[in-house]
Structures are given as C-alpha cells and as structure tokens.
Ligand binder design. Structure first.
Ligand code: MG
Length: 287
C-alpha cells in the first residue's frame, strides 16, 4: 500500500495511491493525518484501502506524506564510503584519520519545520550558508510504539518507508561542531513522494540513487548500511519512546557534494532527484 498526502481544491486529504492507474483514492475523512491512519492500522481498525473515489494523480498536488509531530531522527555516517569521504573532506569537526567508522551510530535530529514536499522548492538561505549539500536517504516510518526496543523485535515496529533528502549546510555543520545547526533550516527535509508499507518492500535491500540535474551522484543499496535498521531502532529507542508516525532517516551513501575536490555544492536552479526502488522518486528544485 502506498499512502500519500495530497491537496485538491484547497483541502488536504490522505489517500491510497494506485500507480498502475495513476490515481489516488482518499481514505475515509475521519482519518485526518497519516499518524492517525498508522495508529488505527496498528490497532487493527484502519480501512485496508481507499474509498471508491479515484482521483487522477495529475489532478492533485502530492504533499510530504507525513507532518512529523516532533523532530525527525537522523543518523550520520552510516555508509562506509560516505563516512570516509566526510572525514576526508575537512567539513567534519574533529575528524580523526583512521577513525571514520564510529562504534555507535551518530544520532541527531531535524525539526518538523524542515519538512517540505515533492516538487517544493528548497530555500538555499544565502544569509545563513554558502555550502548547501544534498543527502539521499531511505526513511523508516514507525508504526507500533515502543521504548527499549530490541534489535530482534525492531522490524515489528516498522510501518513503512519513504524517501528524504537530508539537506545540509556544510559550513554551519562544521562551524557549530554538531549537526543540528547545519541541518535544521526551513525546507531542509524534502520528503516523499509517499509511504510504502513494510509488507510490500524490504527496506534492508533497496537501491538508492541521487541525481543532480540528471547527473548520477549517489548510487548504493541499503544492504550497505553500517548500522542496520534494527540497530538504529534499538539505539534511538533506548530510554526514548518511539511513537506511530515517527520518521527515522537512515543515513546517506557516498557521492555528496563535499565528497568532490573541490566540493560541488548546490546552486540556485539545481534539481535534485532521489529514487529508491519500490518507492519512487523525490524531486526538488533549489532556489
Ligand atoms: Mg544524513
């Protein structure tokens, strides 16, 4: 099941996407948010499909699939090749050669105000940064709530998957010696185009690709994650209750702008497209 949030004629609705027929069927109107739908799904009371009304995807505007109720949980340096390119770039404060791979995952967050939708323009904030970079990532959507979740049980808490671009101001990431300041700017978390439920795809084996103006920059598979999805859920839920609708971004592969010499930061007018097998493509222009 592909769950989308969309607007049509001024109202925002939740629907089930039928890609083969390029339509979306709204779910019953008592379900106001995707988090509501997830909660009802976890409790076993959700409608299994949309209503009989099928609206052409071309007649709606697809929005970010979820409006997070709190910060998005993120993981840094979670692909080997990217951890090396980041440590070698000079943009990681305190990087030590030979210690690119961490013993524990680097966890940070992005505020809900970073989220924007497919097709939205990402603001480049020239007053705050001159080093805007892209990061293609698979995101996990939590279903069943839980705290101190074990790795063995972690996948039972995964409701679905979507795509995020963990847009980063590298100069701020370096200057402020932690990651929130470089990653928390308005519109810095494009998300979408929809959530694919976990029964349809294996999040631990998906191809991920990022293109800038059509040029392939990142290409990997989520089997390459250093800290796998169960490890991430166990680490983040330690002493912290994960809630239905929480979003966990799993980290980005090699090929980001700072991986080049000289770095290839984004410029106004650039288009970044991120494709993940079984999910779709998230496309955003930068200005
Ligand atoms: Mg990232």
């Amino acid at each position: 099941m592909k769950v989308a949030r969309f607007s049509k004629d001024g109202s925002v609705r939740i629907g089930i996407v039928d890609e083969a027929n390029a339509t979306v069927s709204p779910v019953e109107s008592s379900i106001g948010t995707v988090a509501d739908l997830i909660r009802r799904s976890v409790e076993g009371t959700s409608p299994a499909s949309g209503t009989s009304e099928a609206i052409a995807l071309s007649d709606v505007r697809i929005l970010a699939p979820i409006v997070p109720e709190r910060n998005i949980f993120c993981v840094g340096k979670n692909y080997y090749a990217h951890a090396k390119e980041f440590a070698g770039s000079g943009f990681e404060a305190g990087a030590v050669k030979g210690q690119e791979i961490d013993e524990y995952p680097a966890i940070f967050s992005k505020p809900p105000s970073t989220v924007c939708g497919p097709g939205d323009t990402v603001e480049m904030h020239p007053e705050a940064t001159q080093a805007v970079d892209y990061e293609a990532e698979l995101a996990v959507i939590i279903g069943r709530p839980g705290r101190n979740i074990s790795e063995a049980n972690a996948m039972e808490h995964v409701w679905g998957y979507t795509i995020v671009n963990d847009v980063t101001a590298r100069d701020r990431q370096k200057r402020h010696k932690q990651w929130f300041a470089g990653k928390g700017l308005d519109t810095f978390c494009p998300m979408g185009p929809w959530i694919v439920t976990a029964d349809e795809i294996d999040g631990q084996n998906l191809d991920i690709e990022c293109r800038v103006n059509g040029e392939v920059r990142q290409q990997a598979n989520t089997t390459d994650l250093i800290f796998k999805i169960p490890q991430l859920i166990a680490a983040i839920s330690a002493g912290l209750t994960l809630q239905p609708g929480d979003v966990l971004a799993t980290g980005t592969p090699a090929g980001v702008g700072i991986g080049f010499d000289p770095p290839r930061f984004l410029r106004g007018g650039d288009r970044v497209e991120i494709s993940v097998s079984g999910i779709g493509t998230l496309s955003n222009d930068f200005a």
